[in-house]
Design a protein around this ligand. Sequence first.
Ligand SMILES: [Zn+2]
Length: 453
Amino acid sequence: MSKRIALISLQSIDRLEIVVTNCRKSLAQVKGETGADYILNGGMWNPDGSPCRGLMVSGKLLSNTPWGNVPGYAWDGPGDIALTTDWQSGANFIAVSPMIHDGKALDIPYAAAQGGKRGRSAMGLVNGCLGLYCSSDGSVDASAPEDLQKELLGLGWDSAMMLDGGGSSQCDFDGQQITATRKVHNWICVWTKGATKEADEKEESTMSKIVCLDPGHGPGNVNGSPDGAYKEYEFTWDLYTRLKPLLEQQGVTVVCTRTQDQVPGLTARANVSNRAGADLFVSLHSNATGGGGWSSARGFVAYTSSGPETAERNQAAVDILDAVEAQGVVLFGTGKPYHELFTVLTATTAPAVLLECGFHTNQEDVALLSDSAYRDKLAAGIANGILTCLGIDAVEQPESGEPDQPSSWAKEAWKKAVALGIFDGTNPQGNLTREQAAVILDRLGQLPEQGGG
Ligand SMILES: [Zn+2]
C-alpha cells in the first residue's frame, strides 16, 4: 500500500500534539519514544533546520511566516481543533498549505518546490473525525496538490491542509505504515483513549442512527423509458415510501431531501443531509444509457465519490450491493461500487451512496422496476444493506395482522369466543381457514350429525 488514510473520531482522542525532533529522529524512533497511536510527518522547515510557515507548540511560537491571511490548524485539545487564521486561538498551531475550508476548495498557497506529482501528507477534519492522509513519494499514489485537494473534497472532508510532502511523507497509523528515511522537523502525534474508546463506540451504537434518503429528481423530470410508460421520478418516490418504514421499524431516523411535489437542487439535497447530521446518505435513481432508445445494459449499480475501497462510503455501497443481490437483483458490470464525483456525493458530509436500481432504457429492467413485488425486493435489499453498514441487527417484525391483542371493536366478542373454547386465545387477527370455520360451526352446534343408518 502506498497510500493510507486514517479517520480518528475526535471523541476518541486522548492527546493531539506536535512533537518536535529537529530533524534528528526517524519515524521508528518517534514511535518508540512517544508510543503515539498515529504519527504523521508535520510542517516544513528551512535548509538550516529551522521550522517555517506557522508553528506553535504548547504555547511556544517557533515560526510565524504564513502565506498571508491564510488559515492553519489551531487547538488546545482535540475537541476544539479548527482551521483558522487566528493562530493565537489555541496553544498549538500549524500552518502549511490549506486546501479546503467549510467544505470548499481554497486557492492552495504553495512554493514551486512543493508542486508536481509527489508523496503527499495532509491533515483535516471530516464528520467529527480528525483525518490524516499520507501517500508515498515516487509511488502510483503520488499526486499534485490540486489532485490531492480534489480527492479530499470527494471524500467529504470539511477542511484540509497539505503538510510537508515528497520525501518527507511518512506515517504510522496504528501500525499501518508508509516509510521514508528522512528525519523530519516535527510530527503530528495522536494518542487515543484505548479501552475507553471502545466503551464510547458501544454507547454511540445504541443512539438512533440517522439516514438521509434522496428520491432522485421530481415532478416535471423527463427521465424515463423510451416508450414513456415509466418515469424515473415516480419510481424513486415510490421506492422511498417502501424503504422508509423498513428503516424506521428498526429504530432508524429517516430524513428525506424533498416532499413528493418538490424538485430541490443537488446542493440543497446534500444540505438536508448535512444539517440533519446524517450517518448515511442514500440517493435513489434508475439508470439510462445514452441515445434515447432501448439498449441491452441492465442491472443495479452503486456509485460513491472515490476510493479507497476501505472508506466508509465504499463499505456502505458494498453492504447494499451484497444485500440487494441476496434478494435476487441482478448487478451491473463488476458488481463493485463505481466512482463518480456527483454533487450529492461530494457535497455531503456523511458517507454517501447513489443507487441506480436498474436501467429504464432496458425492457427487462423496466418490467421489473414497474413491478410492485420487485420494488419491495429492492426496498428490502437496500434496507438490509443500510442496517448492516450502520451495525444494526435487524429485529424480526411481527407479521402484520398477527398482533397479540384483538382490535378494540372486537374485544367483547373475542373474550366470549375464547371463553366458549371456540378459539384458544392466541393470534386474534390471524386469517381463518375453511377447516377452522367448519370446526367453529361444529362447536356452535350448527352442523347436525350425519345420519349413519
Ligand atoms: Zn436519476
